[in-house]
Design a protein around this ligand. Structure first.
Ligand code: KG4
Ligand code: ZN
Length: 377
């Protein structure tokens, strides 16, 4: 039996969790900085580091206490090495290093993207006695990534082969940028999902980018690559705003929302006309259709056994419903994390660290943050 304390501080959430044997969640504490970044419409890296510094000690203490254990009762400490904001990552890493030094425990460095994949594996193990059928195709879809990986396992070692990624914006980034453009609040994903329910997803035609199958593959590998692109959809929203002279109404909404400290979706809805709601619903639908269509095509080509959809955008209900429908029709099983494990958390970091603990794959005390860390081959 092994207890791992996970620490995650790669972006705008300070998180700590205690997980037993990579599957039992004993605690999962997330302190969000969203309120700090709302006035800027996006994450301000300097403010993020400062907020992590404030939150890290109480968040770790709370995770330890909610797990009914003590720092001495922990077997290993796992921390996110990257990718993410360098200054933010450093807060978690420095604190984790200090803890392992004081406690004489092993330290495990985890890739944030591997964490998102293990959020799903953790819950699958919790709920089922059978292992997931592999290989699986994992779509990691978040604010920084829209990446496809073929996930496999040999004994206790997990492997990841990157078979596709976005050529421009990540899907979550497109949600955030469109929300900013339309004068909605930050982050864009949750508010767009709420408002989209009040619009017609078929009202406005958006361009669907063509799947590009690059025969050369990622980093010169011989296998083909499946690319995504969201800049066309984002530009289509901008053109629609210009063509329909929506700028004034966007400014009025922005001003009205600015005056509300923590705007609820209802506050934003009260300042959104039908044309705006149709645009939001059509934008969300275009992103969802693009993600589902390309992922399903890749899953078919690559002959995988299961599908994993994870990362912040995977909490989108419309995306989940469409994936369920298409996967069922094509005979694939698709798994998502619960909503609380879709967005950034530390349980996924502790879960991804468990196989590394079994293999005694520990981090060197000199390791540092890697803002652009890649996952797999
Ligand atoms: O995984 P995550 O918490 O952080 C990163 O690793 O980036 O993902 C955050 C992203 C943001 O871009 C946010 O707008 C998006 O996930 N997001 C959503 C939803 N909830 C969060 N996008 C669409 N629909 C949602 N319900
Ligand atoms: Zn993330």
């Amino acid at each position: 039996m092994a207890l791992i304390l996970g620490i995650e501080s790669s972006c705008d959430e300070t998180a700590a969790a205690v997980v037993r044997d990579g599957e039992q969640l004993l605690s999962n504490v997330v302190s969000s900085q969203i309120a700090t970044h709302i006035p800027y419409g996006g994450v301000v890296p300097e403010l993020a580091s400062r907020e992590h510094l404030r939150a890290i000690v109480p968040v770790v203490r709370q995770a330890i206490s909610e797990a009914s254990t003590s720092l001495n009762g922990i077997d290993a400490i796992a921390v996110t090495q990257g990718p993410g904001l360098a200054g933010s990552l450093l807060v978690g890493i420095t604190y984790a290093k200090a803890l392992v030094f004081a406690l004489a425990k092993p330290l495990i460095a985890v890739n944030h993207l591997e964490g998102h994949i293990h959020a799903v594996l953790l819950e699958q193990r919790q709920q089922e006695s059978e292992e997931l059928s592999l290989p699986a195709l994992a779509l990691v879809v978040s604010g920084g990534h829209t990446h496809l990986y073929v996930v496999n396992r040999s004994e206790t070692a997990w492997s990841y082969r990157n078979v596709g990624h976005t050529l421009d914006d990540a899907a979550g980034e497109a949600f955030d940028k469109v929300a900013k453009l339309l004068g909605l609040s930050y982050p864009g994903g949750p508010i767009i999902e709420k408002l989209a329910a009040h619009g017609n997803p078929l009202a406005i035609t958006m361009p669907l980018s063509q799947i590009k199958l690059r025969q050369k593959g990622v980093e010169g590998s011989s296998s083909p690559t499946y690319d995504f692109s969201f800049s066309g959809i984002k530009t289509a929203v901008l053109r629609f705003v210009e063509k329909n002279a929506m700028k004034d109404s966007i400014e009025r909404r922005r001003k009205a929302i600015e005056g509300i400290p923590n705007p609820a979706p209802e506050d934003v809805l009260a300042h959104s006309d039908l044309l705006t709601l149709d645009l939001i619903a059509s934008f969300q639908e275009a992103v969802v259709q693009d993600l589902v269509r390309k992922t399903m095509r890749s899953a078919g080509d690559l002959e995988v056994q299961s599908l994993i959809v994870t990362g912040g955008v995977a909490s989108n209900g419309r995306l989940r419903a469409e994936f369920q429908k298409r996967a069922e029709a094509e005979g694939f099983r698709v798994l998502f994390p619960s909503r609380s494990l879709s967005t950034d958390n530390a349980a996924m970091i502790a879960a991804a660290a468990y196989p590394k603990l079994l293999q005694q794959q520990f981090a060197d005390s000199r390791f540092s943050a890697e803002a652009s860390l890649r996952l797999g081959a």
